[in-house]
Write a protein that binds this ligand. Sequence first.
Ligand SMILES: Cc1cc2nc3c(=O)[nH]c(=O)nc-3n(C[C@H](O)[C@H](O)[C@H](O)COP(=O)(O)OP(=O)(O)OC[C@H]3O[C@@H](n4cnc5c(N)ncnc54)[C@H](O)[C@@H]3O)c2cc1C
Length: 489
Amino acid sequence: MQKHVVIIGSGVGGLATAVRLAASGFKVTVLEANDYVGGKLTTKQIGRYRFDMGPSVFTLPNLIDDLTNISKQDKPFKYLTLDTIVNYFFEDGTSLIAYTDKEKFANEVATKLGETKESVLEQLKFSGKLYELTSDIFMTQSLHKLSNFLNLKTAKAILNIGKLKLGKTMNEVNKARFKNPKTVQIFNRFATYNGSSPFQAPALINIIAHLEHNIGAFVPATGMHDITRHIYELSLALGAQYKFNSRVTKIKVENDIAVGVITENVEIAADYVVSNSDIKHVYTKLLDKKYYRSKLLDQEKSLSALIFYWGIKKEFKELSLHNMLFSANGEEEFKCMFQDKKPYHDPSIYINIGSKHSKNDVPEGCENWFVMVNVPSNTSSMPVEYVDEMRKNMVEKINRILKTDIEKYIEIEDVLDPYLIEQRTSSAGGSLYGNASNNKYAAFLRHANNSSQIKNLYFTGGSVHPGGGIPLGLYSAQIVAEMIADKNK
Ligand SMILES: Cc1cc2nc3c(=O)[nH]c(=O)nc-3n(C[C@H](O)[C@H](O)[C@H](O)COP(=O)(O)OP(=O)(O)OC[C@H]3O[C@@H](n4cnc5c(N)ncnc54)[C@H](O)[C@@H]3O)c2cc1C
């Protein structure tokens, strides 16, 4: 008889799990609290402007191609490879372009920041080595199954453990390689791709640079919302059913076995329950408190964000799809967010302009700016004075660095803060990537993709193994689908 899987949440992890399990012959029902699909990866039309509300950096598109192939549908996912990864700007007027072409990027860093070309290429090689040695261990399989460690790949990684520089932080390794603090700041920045501090995160987190610089940076044909829309459509074609405005209030457990879920209106029986909700939300809201595991759930959370969505009545030729205006003091910035738990007054500002590629999202001659700074995760609403002060500081910094008067061009505005992120997605404190990776044991302190206490209960998405971000969310779906298929054999 066809087994029934209920998935709680339609974020990237939930959607990809739906595709994989529906393609393997399971009956799949997805219950989503919102009236839209995608969780953090969603879209909003504000007046004449369309915005991607969450992720903007897109790597490893092959993981989406895998889902298309599994679903056996003739519906390719369309995306472009970027020639330029990011435009970097510093307070003293220095600016440079991170080209996708490695030689060109290394030359740019050598010319603008006085590094040797070789040191840049060596850093990228180091990131590639980290990926080669550890990706199969930490990303594509369960970390919580002993047999996964008894293989050649793991043995090779253990033999090469020195190369992983496990005892050092990202910043220590990057500082030893480069002489210009600006270059260090550029490579340290990848810690924020999983919401961590380069001054605490292990050197292994340098692995992230490999994705954009060695494999490539991409943009979906009509914006990031293509990703969730595509996976959603694949799952629908495979027969997955969705119920929106359906908040799960309890996972029904009998004799330590998950047997279904309870929503505000109905009870639905299931052979397997997969939660795509933030893991802390699951244990605090959906399960009996006797199951709570503080060692995993009370770890420090990754950073959240304060984002302004601006419809801009002007085109800025000096900007590209991804732009970074660095803080004048990177070390203070992270100390303030992680030690003092406060937003920093001079934050690094990330500006994403989707309309550089998707012109139809804006009126002629205009741009859709997604202007983001990292702030600590926080469960309560950000005080209005904080938001106003941060906005003022951000506007002044943008004006200083881009030599403009940005207020003049802001036609419409919307705001997202940690509180709203938590309200809309259930992420603890609005953290973007679940637990932070601020220590070398972090990978082992993420929750597994299944429950060791409750049979037939599984977890996918950015708050569990292998981690936050679209690619890792997609890997978590792959791991969960394999676990359930194995169990069901
Ligand atoms: C502002 C921002 C910028 C980001 N930038 C990037 C980036 O550039 N690149 C990148 O790769 N990643 C980025 N991320 C992270 C990325 O968005 C997530 O890691 C990724 O989308 C994975 O999401 P998920 O599967 O964990 O599900 P989520 O997106 O967290 O969705 C969970 C879903 O479950 C639903 N849900 C929760 N509880 C219940 C319940 N009880 N009942 C029913 N439904 C429920 C929620 O409503 C939600 O729809 C960013 C995130 C944010 C917010």
